[in-house]
Design a protein around this ligand. Structure first.
Ligand SMILES: [Zn+2]
Length: 356
């Protein structure tokens, strides 16, 4: 969760463009090679080698409060069979309701990404989804006893800890990736108020984000960050970045049923001038890093890890969801691929596995 990606009347911080933001065409990679790679891949898979799907080794649980509802909730993570995907289950309802973690299930993006199935909702899925993407977990059952994923410390660090405590299990099915073939962009507003998000072809996974909140505490930190997961660690550089909010917005949010569980224990809290948390920031650029954490989680609602580069300016949950839906609605803009072995997959998808 984060507040809207920019404040009213924000001056754009994104006019100068980002380095290397053109369509990347990896050296020497051609359609012919992609075809022959597929043949090699099939042969190697036949011989029993592949880059495997992952779940967790055993059940783990924790309890916390919902950031927006303020309600106590128990979260249980359970291993799931290959090709299950990530599925949330509301186990507190008279009949259990299943909510697959898919972009098409997102029905509300005010301050969080919220899945809905009929009357049943699961709110604030993005930080857990981000941890799952970061650790490369393909299949998982997520049981909840209330409508919101617990906020824990406001970052993805607790979920990373839980998942690594459970242990990561390779499964006997090939891991599927969604490889972006054409740039896809969504945009809102014009000129200085423009917000946008884009996916570009890239043989790996990288995220570049620019923020502009026109707030002294945020402006004094970096407004841009780029993370290339081939060389940067999700666990070390992204997972600990906390959500943030402004005290002068708390009353309005609470009367709208939001932020009722928010506190110094689960958010960076600011007045009009400064950060109020006594222990300050965890990263020098914690704000933009949290926007990257959110984007990684929102993009994982596409249902498979992306082989792509994501570039965004002042994006948020709503635009991220529109981007995911626009991509999925355009079948010629992507392909589903597998890798014959972990060694053949881009480095970006092997890093955290080594750490886990
Ligand atoms: Zn967030």
């Amino acid at each position: 969760m984060t507040p809207s990606a920019s404040r009213p009347n924000g001056v754009t911080g994104c006019t100068s463009g980002f380095p290397n933001s053109g369509v990347l065409s990896p050296a020497g990679f051609s359609a012919e090679m992609a075809k022959s790679a597929t043949i090699v891949e099939v042969l190697i898979r036949f011989l029993g080698s592949m880059f495997h799907q992952r779940t967790i080794k055993q059940l783990v649980k924790t309890t916390g409060v919902g950031l927006h509802s303020g309600r106590r909730v128990e979260l249980t993570l359970r291993p799931a069979a290959p090709d299950t995907g990530i599925v949330f289950h509301r186990i507190d309802l008279p009949e259990v309701v299943d909510l697959p973690a898919q972009a098409a299930m997102v029905k509300d993006t005010r301050m969080a990404s919220v899945l809905s199935n009929g009357q049943a909702r699961v709110s604030t899925v993005e930080h857990l989804m981000s941890a799952l993407a970061g650790l490369g977990i393909d299949n998982l059952h997520v049981d909840l006893t209330a409508e919101e994923v617990p906020i824990m410390d406001g970052s993805a660090a607790t979920f990373v800890y839980l998942l690594r405590s459970a242990g990561i299990q390779e499964q006997a099915s090939a891991k599927q990736f969604l490889r972006v073939l054409k740039p896809i962009e969504v945009r809102e507003g014009e000129g200085a108020d423009a917000k946008w998000a884009r996916l570009e072809p890239h043989e790996g996974f990288a995220v570049a984000f620019s923020i502009d909140f026109r707030h002294p505490a945020i402006d004094s930190t970096a407004s841009f960050a780029e993370i290339d997961f081939a060389t940067d660690s999700y666990v070390k550089q992204i997972a600990r970045a906390r959500t943030f909010g402004f005290v002068n917005e708390v009353e309005a949010l609470r009367s709208a049923g939001l932020a009722r569980g928010g506190s110094f224990d689960n958010a960076i809290v600011m007045d009009e001038y400064r950060v109020l948390n006594s222990d300050g920031l965890r990263y020098d650029d914690e704000f933009v890093k949290h926007k990257i954490l959110d984007a990684v989680g929102d993009l994982y609602l596409i249902g498979k890890p992306l082989v792509a580069r994501y570039v965004a300016c002042k994006s948020g949950h709503a635009l991220n969801n529109q981007l995911a839906l626009k991509l999925l609605a355009q079948p010629d803009a992507f392909e589903i691929i597998t890798y014959a072995s972990a060694a053949q997959a881009p480095l970006a998808f092997r890093q955290e596995w080594k750490l886990a």
